[in-house]
Write a protein that binds this ligand. Structure first.
Ligand SMILES: [Zn+2]
Length: 220
């Protein structure tokens, strides 16, 4: 990076990046820097930077000029240090997941009594979360809660750990998964593999649409 493109611009900027968008950006940054390190070809690096910018335009909508300029700084990255600096500058602009209150969680699952509110482990950054999930051993249910268009929504079902790696339906990565079965899926006799560790899963999410599709499919 030749100059500090954030100078005097991001100081008072409000968060505008979702967690999945943040992970998407990190993925693109890694890709640019890796290409730069591997390929001694300016043309090639510029192509990868251009592709990253194109993808970014699909992921972000309705950005202000200032926000756009900030993210375009991605194309000036050259090495790992640049990448780490860029990540550190965009991190304060990521929306932290708003932990739901007890009453909100209860009203999502009115058919279940004594639903507990999720508690995050120490060291979990709420900016890494697209959803929260917890297992209630008393009820023997796994809960998944997220926001869609700002509205809290959730699902619950049984969860059986498979002890193996497989593709997770939410993050689309190869991770240790278990079979998640809701009443609706049980009726259809179909379950879905979901990461055992929801924090790992969240950190993998680069597009929240897979989670939304999963929720829609289950309700159908
Ligand atoms: Zn996952």
């Amino acid at each position: 990076m030749k100059r500090n493109i954030f100078e005097g611009s991001s100081g008072k900027m409000e968060p505008f990046i979702r967690s999945d968008q943040y992970h998407f950006l990190k993925q693109q940054l890694r890709h640019i820097v890796q290409t730069n390190a591997l390929v001694n070809d300016r043309e090639m690096v510029r192509t990868v930077q251009g592709l990253a910018m194109d993808k970014m335009k699909d992921v972000f909508h309705g950005l202000t000029d200032l926000q756009k300029r900030l993210l375009e700084g991605m194309t000036e990255l050259e090495d790992r240090t640049d990448m780490e600096m860029f990540e550190a500058r965009i991190l304060p602009l990521v929306h932290p997941f708003e932990m739901p209150e007890e009453g909100e969680v209860r009203s999502l699952f009115p058919h279940l009594s004594r639903v507990k509110t999720p508690v995050l482990g120490t060291g979990v950054d709420r900016r890494d979360l697209t959803y929260v999930s917890w297992f209630d051993p008393g009820l023997d249910r796994k809960f998944i809660v997220t926001y869609r268009e700002g509205v809290l929504t959730g699902m619950e079902g049984s969860f059986t750990y498979s002890g193996r790696k497989n593709m997770c339906v939410i993050c689309r990565e190869h991770e240790y998964v278990g079979l998640f079965v809701t009443d609706a899926t049980a009726y259809k006799r179909k379950g879905n593999y979901v990461c055992k560790d929801s924090i790992t899963c969240n950190r993998n999410i680069t597009d929240q649409k897979h989670l939304h599709k999963f929720m829609d499919d289950i309700k159908r």
